[in-house]
Structure formats: structure tokens, C-alpha cells
Design a protein around this ligand. Structure first.
Ligand SMILES: O=C1O[C@H](COP(=O)(O)O)[C@@H](O)[C@H](O)[C@H]1O
Length: 460
């Protein structure tokens, strides 16, 4: 007899995450892998008829371009179970009705997720149940540790999937290919050859009505503590022998353990700023503090920069500049590797060029290699030339990749408990320095490129 399909229970089924990301992601997964067997169960506190839920599923699948022949049986089989995740009787009944094997996806506010996990600890879950949790994972190192301990009382580590959707982005996964499958780059991926690395995710997007979440998080927690440090981990980890989750996640945790604020001085290693009114591509953007739901007294930053060092043999002395901001005029979503100058350029060649650079563009995906070459006119004059390759369209949305891995019970594309704790351990001293007002909160006009003078590395 064929194995039963995995049941994906989405807790928080009427929410924004489900509509915008999870169901479309699932749609693209099923489009790329139409023979996959999955049952979708929506669960939430609100009243929703079976028809309305199935329409939601159908609409999201259609939006994702999923063939009706694949979409229809899954949508028609999909059920909505009205459930308050904090009510013991209702959760028991949800678990009994959902069937196995089971994935419980918490598309819920973090505080509710924590309470719901406490309830699961009390009532237990069927063996083999997988738990998928969205960021933020805890609100500080201590709460992340406590949440890890609690989750481990419910299911084993490899059944906990801490989500970071950047790990499903093909251009970020390409870091593994570009690093480890190229003889040309492998030997030079060290401090001997690399001068600095910039990991930048500057968005033109402003607050867009997300004050409820963003104003409490800010740029450092929203992007650097999670996504940018995960990119750094892929960029800087030691070479894995295989792509097995235990091995790759172990190597990522290892490099994160060696990561600290530049000079171990979080105040000098970080910068923060907040946008004021401005305009982006004709859209006028109000001052951040004038946005609905923002508390000016929180001093939330919308742009942050953190320089870190990795205290190990491979990376000693190389600054990694992690920067991300909102309402930035010139969107830049890229990893830029600047190489050291050659040890000697033959005397007689006129060299006015910049250092060699490798630019990994994360969105849209492309790779640029900038090299010094003989100029078109005078062969004794060097100029910078760019080799450009497009990465092409991903096979599915990032959430599709991640859901696929969860349904396969493969934790490779999610964050292990100790990694999650390291991410907090790295940024907590920065937050403490900011709270103590050791770093001024600068401002920049929406649509500008942020305050001048950033991107430099303080002397250690
Ligand atoms: O997790 C988040 O990521 C997005 C950026 O990711 P993208 O895939 O949408 O480009 C960011 O805008 C958001 O603030 C943050 O919470």
C-alpha cells in the first residue's frame, strides 16, 4: 500500500503569511513536483466555511500558476478545522482529525506560537510530527534558549524546522555551488586573498503597514540577526563533504560561533539610522515616525550596519559588513567580495583599476566578476571589465523549496537550535550598546542611499 500523504496543518490559516507566502509557495512546489502527495489542513480561530477555505487554496494555487489538474484534487481534499490553538480540547481534536504523518506549521504571532508549544508539550503530539516555526525565534538569547528547551520536550531536534525563507532562495543556495564546485574560487576563499565581504540587502520598500511587527524589531533584528548572518554562514563555513543536513548545519553553527562584532567592540562596529519623509520612484513616503502604529520613543532603526569578524584561521582579519535598510533609493541586494591587490603588477603596465570583485546579486540572481584587463586601445593600460552571468528563474518560490524540504523531513534548509542561539549571541551586545545610547540614531531621507560615510571599517 502506498504511504499516506503528509498532512500540512497551517495554524493561523486566515492570516497574511498563509495567503501571501505559504499557499503560493506550496503551489509552486506542486507545479515543479506535481506527483507530490500532500493534504492541506487550515486551522484558525475564525469562522471559515469549507468552501471559503478551499477557494483560498484554489486562488493561491492559481496565482502560483499551478495546473488545475494538479491543484483541484488537493484543493478539494483540503479542510478547514476551526481551532483555538490555546484551547486544549480543540487542539486535541485537531490532532486527532488531522491524520499522520503530520507537519504543524505555526503561521502565528511569536507569542501565540510559544503558548501553543507549551500546550503541545502538555498534551503530546503523534510520533514523527514536525513543527515549523517562523522568525523571530525568541526575543533574546535567553528566550531562544528557553524555547529550544521547550520544543525539545515536544519533538526531537531534527523534527523542528526554524524557518528562514532566505534559505530557500536559489541565489543564496548558489553560494554553495559557486564556492565548492569551482576550482578557480576554492583556493582563494580565504583571508590571504579576500580583503572584505559586504552582505547588503537594501530595499526600496518602506514600512508598508507592518508597524505592529517592525517597530518592535527594527532593521538589525528583522534582517541582520536572521537572514544576513545566515548568508554569512553559507559564505564562510568550512567545506562540507556532503549536503547532509547534520553536516551543513554543523558547519554553519561552527562558523557562527566564531563570529563577533568587529574588534569585539559592538558600539564602534555598528551604525543605525531611521528614515524621514521622502519619495521613491514618484511614491511619497511619510516620515517613519509619522507612520501608523510607530512609537517614536522606541527609536527603531530602519537601516543598520554591523561589521563582524570571524575568529578562525580562514577568516582572521577580514571584515564582513552586514547592511540592510528600508526606503532606500538604490535597491542593492548582493554579496560583494573584494579581493586583495595582486602581489606585483609588471612595471610598465599602467594600472588605474579597482581591486578584483565578485558580485553575487541576490535579486534578480546574477553573478558578476570584475577583473583588470588590457584596455581595448592601449594594451599597456589596464581597465576593469565585467563578466556577467544570469542565474535564471528559480524553479519555485523560496517558501516552496522550504515546504518541500519540510514535507521530505529534511532540515537542511532550516535553522538548527544552536544556530538560532548563536544568531542572538552575535547581535545582543550590539542591541545593548544601542540601548545604552553608545551609537547615535542618524537619519536619512526616504529615497536616498542612507547617511554618508557608512561602509568603512573601524580600526581595531
Ligand atoms: O523576512 C523579511 O524579509 C523581507 C525581504 O525578503 P524578500 O524575500 O521579500 O526580498 C523583508 O522585506 C522583511 O522586512 C523581512 O521581515
Amino acid at each position: 500500500m502506498a504511504d499516506a500523504p503528509t498532512t500540512l496543518v497551517i495554524l493561523g490559516a486566515s492570516g497574511d503569511l498563509t495567503r501571501r507566502l505559504l499557499l503560493p509557495g506550496l503551489g509552486t512546489l506542486l507545479s515543479a513536483e506535481p506527483t507530490r502527495r500532500v493534504r492541506v489542513v487550515g486551522a484558525d480561530r475564525v469562522d471559515l466555511s469549507q468552501e471559503d477555505w478551499q477557494t483560498k487554496v484554489r486562488d493561491a494555487f492559481a496565482e502560483a500558476g499551478l495546473d488545475t489538474a494538479v491543484a483541484e484534487p488537493i484543493a478539494a481534499d483540503s479542510r478547514y478545522l476551526k481551532t483555538d490553538v490555546l484551547d486544549e480540547a480543540q487542539v486535541r481534536s485537531l490532532l486527532a482529525e488531522a491524520g499522520e504523518p503530520l507537519v504543524l506549521y505555526f503561521a502565528l504571532p511569536p507569542a501565540v506560537t510559544v503558548q501553543a508549544c507549551a500546550l503541545l508539550e502538555k498534551i503530546g503530539v503523534p510520533r514523527g510530527t514536525r513543527l515549523a516555526l517562523e522568525k523571530p525565534f525568541g526575543n533574546d538569547l535567553e528566550s531562544a534558549r528557553e524555547l529550544n528547551r521547550q520544543l525539545l520536550r515536544v519533538v526531537p531536534e531534527n523534527d523542528i524546522f526554524r524557518i528562514d525563507h532566505f534559505l530557500g532562495v536559489n541565489t543564496i543556495l548558489n553560494l554553495i555551488g559557486i564556492r565548492f564546485a569551482n576550482r578557480l574560487l576554492q583556493p582563494i576563499w580565504t583571508s590571504e586573498h579576500i580583503e572584505k565581504v559586504e552582505i547588503v540587502y537594501d530595499e526600496s520598500l518602506a514600512l508598508e503597514g507592518r508597524a505592529g511587527y517592525y517597530d518592535k524589531a527594527g532593521a538589525l533584528l528583522d534582517m541582520t540577526q536572521s537572514h544576513l548572518l545566515e548568508i554569512l554562514a553559507f559564505f564562510a563555513m568550512e567545506p562540507p563533504a556532503t549536503m547532509h543536513a547534520d553536516e551543513v548545519r554543523g558547519l554553519k553553527a561552527q562558523v557562527l560561533r566564531a563570529t563577533h562584532a568587529w574588534g569585539h567592540d559592538p558600539a564602534r562596529a555598528s551604525r543605525r539610522a531611521r528614515y524621514t519623509a521622502g519619495s521613491i520612484e514618484g511614491r511619497s513616503i511619510p516620515d517613519y515616525v509619522a507612520e501608523e502604529g510607530v512609537e517614536a520613543a522606541r527609536h527603531t532603526e530602519t537601516l543598520s550596519e554591523l561589521v563582524v569578524q570571524i575568529d578562525n584561521l580562514r577568516w582572521s582579519g577580514v571584515p564582513f559588513i552586514l547592511r540592510s535598510g528600508k526606503a532606500i533609493g538604490d535597491q542593492r541586494k548582493e554579496v560583494v567580495v573584494t579581493f586583495r591587490p595582486p602581489a606585483h603588477v609588471p612595471t610598465g603596465l599602467e594600472d588605474n583599476t579597482e581591486p578584483d570583485r565578485l558580485v553575487l546579486q541576490l535579486k534578480p540572481g546574477a553573478v558578476d566578476v570584475e577583473l583588470s584587463m588590457n584596455a581595448e586601445g592601449n594594451p599597456f593600460e589596464l581597465e576593469q571589465k565585467e563578466l556577467h552571468a544570469e542565474l535564471g528563474k528559480p524553479r519555485m518560490l523560496p517558501y516552496g523549496e522550504i515546504l518541500g524540504a519540510i514535507l521530505d523531513a529534511d532540515p537542511l534548509l532550516t535553522i538548527r537550535g544552536d544556530e538560532a542561539e548563536e544568531l542572538w549571541r552575535i547581535v545582543e551586545p550590539v542591541l545593548a550598546a544601542w540601548r545604552a545610547n553608545k551609537v547615535p540614531l542618524q537619519d536619512y531621507a526616504a529615497g536616498s542611499d542612507g547617511p554618508a560615510g557608512w561602509g568603512t571599517v573601524p580600526r581595531r
